[in-house]
Write a protein that binds this ligand. Sequence first.
Ligand SMILES: [Zn+2]
Ligand SMILES: [Zn+2]
Length: 348
Amino acid sequence: MAPVFNSLLLSWALTKGVAAWGSLGHATVAYVAQNYLTSDTAAWAQGVLNDTTTSYLANIASWADQYRATTAGKWSAPFHFIDAEDDPPTTCDVDYDRDCGDTGCSISAILNYTQRVSDGRLSVDHTEEALKFLVHIIGDLTQPLHDEAYEVGGNDIAVTFNGYSDNLHSDWDTYMPEQLIGGYSLSDAQSWANSLIEDITSGQYKSMATDWIDGDTTSDPVTTATRWASDANAFVCTVVMPNGSAALQTGDLYPDYYNSVIGTIELQIAKGGYRLGNWLNLIYSSGIAKRDLNAEDQLQSRDRDTLPEPELVSRDIPAASRSLSRAQLAREAMGGSCCSSGKRKHAP
Ligand SMILES: [Zn+2]
Ligand SMILES: [Zn+2]
C-alpha cells in the first residue's frame, strides 16, 4: 500500500504546484484587470499575447512562476518579491534603495517591463514576455509576504493550517485563497473575480478604488510600485503577524487566524486586479497609442540610428553592489525560490 499512497501523494503535490499568490490568486487578479481594460488596451494586449479568448490575461498570469522554475528562467526569481528589511510586527516599511537586491526585485522589474512593453523596438517575443511579467508581478506585489524579508517572507515560519503542516507564506499564496473558493481552476478564478468586481462597482470597495490607483503614473514606475509594495507590507504588521510569528505556531490557523485575514486577502486580490487594469490602460494611452500616432513622424524626423539600443536581454540593470544581508543570504540558500508549497504534508 505504501508505494501507491506515496505516488498519489506525489501527484497531488505536483498538481498543487509551487506558486506565488497561487494560480488561483494570479488568475483572479488577471480577470479583475481584464474587466477594467479599455477596448483599445484589450485589443492591444490580445495582439501582444496572440490570444483572443476571454481569458487572455488569466491564461498567462502564472507563466512567470513556471518560467522561474526552469533552468533558463532562474535569473528571474528575485522579480517576484522585494525583501523589506523591517522589523515586524514592531515596524513595517519598504525602502527601495535598501531592499531591492543586486539582482533586482519586483519594483525594478515593474520599471523595466513597463518600459520594455511599449518600447516598439523589441522583438514580438520580448514584448510578449514583458507583458507576461507585468501581469504576474503586479499581482505578487499585493501579497503582503512578497514585500517582507522576515523569515524569507514567511517561508521559514512553520505553521499548521486545517490539519496540514505548511509554511505561512504558502498559506497566504495558495491554501487560504483555495479554502475560501474551494478550487483553483480558471472558472473558480472567474467567479471569484466577478464577485470582487461587484464589490468594486457597487459594494464594500466602491469608496476605496479611486485611492488604490491615486497617483499611479507610468512616468515614475518606481515611486508607483513602491507605494503599492508599502501598502501591502503594512499588513504584515497589522494583519499577517500582529502578535509576532511565534503566536502563529501555537495551534491550527483554521478557523480563527483564517477568519482574521481572509478579508485582507480578498481586498489585496481586488486591488491587484484594479491596479493592473489601470496600469495597462496607462501604458496603452501614454505609450502605445502615442507611439503608433507618432511612428511616421519619428521615422521622418529622427535618424533611427541615434536612438538608444534596447536591451537585448530581458534582465534588469542591477542596482549597485552591496554586501548581502541575513535575509538575502537566506534567499540565496533557497536557490532564489519563493515558495515551497509543493511539499505539503498532513500534520502528524
Ligand atoms: Zn509567494
Ligand atoms: Zn510570483
